[in-house]
Design a protein around this ligand. Structure first.
Ligand code: ZN
Length: 202
């Protein structure tokens, strides 16, 4: 997971190219696909099955069906295989797009692995069920999430600056501005919390 936009702007900063729409779209999709399982699963559980948020994230999420779905979408071997296939066919459009799609997904894996502690994924599935339990977490304060979030926001600002220079269309600049606001909030959330929350508590 991580904040999904971080995966996307990182992948776009590394792999996108001015004017190459198809390639940029492949990078965008590849950066999003690993989190897609979660995005589809969560609304399905709450809207269709009426599961509460707590039951969803503390129980169902850790049970076999969901863990297997996540394993499929976050498997390094699968994306490497797709990437090799794309590389072999890189002289054709489908090959090039598959290659960039897989590379973007692999960047997602590379940025997920260091920041998943108790909720580590089986990134090498189906070869092995091994999980890397990182000492760092992107959300868990007990695993230094404050520092991870600050680093994430700074990394994001770097990527946003690169993309700002690369893409001059108005809509992309609007998107990048909104993203900057989002990361400013992440960066200053602890401070805002400390200043604002006491105003409402006696
Ligand atoms: Zn992810």
């Amino acid at each position: 997971m991580v904040n999904t936009p971080t995966h996307t702007i990182l992948a776009l900063a590394a792999l996108s190219k001015k004017g190459d729409r198809k390639r940029n779209l492949a990078v965008l999709l590849g950066s999003l696909i690993p989190d897609l399982a979660i995005f589809l699963w969560a609304p399905y559980q709450s809207i269709v099955n009426g599961v509460s948020g707590a039951a969803m994230w503390q129980e169902l999420y850790f049970q076999a069906p969901m863990q297997n779905l996540i394993a499929w979408f976050n498997s390094i071997p699968i994306y490497v295989a797709l990437g090799v296939l794309g590389f072999a066919g890189r002289s054709k459009t489908w090959g090039k797009l598959l290659l960039f799609f897989s590379l973007a997904a692999l960047i997602h894996m590379a940025t997920d692995m260091p920041v998943h502690a108790d909720d580590a994924y089986r990134h090498l599935w189906p070869l092995t069920d091994w999980r890397f339990f990182s000492p760092l977490s992107y959300w868990d304060v007990d695993h230094h999430s404050r520092w991870v979030s600050s680093f994430e926001a700074l990394l994001a600002f770097g990527c946003i600056a690169m993309l700002w220079q690369r893409f001059e269309m108005r809509w992309s600049r609007i998107m990048l501005s909104l993203l900057s606001l989002f990361y400013l909030l992440i960066l200053f959330a602890p401070l805002i919390q400390r200043l604002v929350v006491p105003l409402f508590i006696d």
